[in-house]
Write a new protein. Sequence first.
Length: 137
Amino acid sequence: MEPIPGYPLTAFGNPVVPAGLTELLVALAARYGERLPPVYITENGCSFPDEPDPAGHVEDRDRISYLDGHIRAVADAMAAGVDVRGYLVWSLLDNFEWAEGYHQRFGLIHVDYQTLRRTPKASFTWYQDLIAAQRGQ
C-alpha cells in the first residue's frame, strides 16, 4: 500500500486515517438510509512492534493514538446520524495472525510467546479508563 503523506503507518504498512472510518459510515448511511441496520464495529485495531521495556511496561502510544482517533471517528459518524451501537478493539491479546504468524502484535495485552506471560499494555489501561468514564455519564 502506498504511504499517504502526513499519515503514520502501522507495522503492516497501512496508513492510519481515522477520518476514513467516519467517511465510510456516513456514506453507508447516506446510501442505504433506513435500510442500513444498526452498525457494530467488531474488529478495529492495529499492529505495532511493541515490547516490554526493562521494567516490564509496554508503552504502546501509537496504538492509543490509533484507537483514540478511530473511536472519535465513530463518535463523529454517530453525531452525523449513523446508528452505531458498538465498538470492539482488535484484539484483547497478541495472537497468531494468519498472514504473519506471531510477527504482528495487535493486542491490548502483550503475550510473551515463550512463557505465555501476559502483560497489560498502556493501551489496556487507557481503554479501561475510557470505558469507565463512559459508564459515569
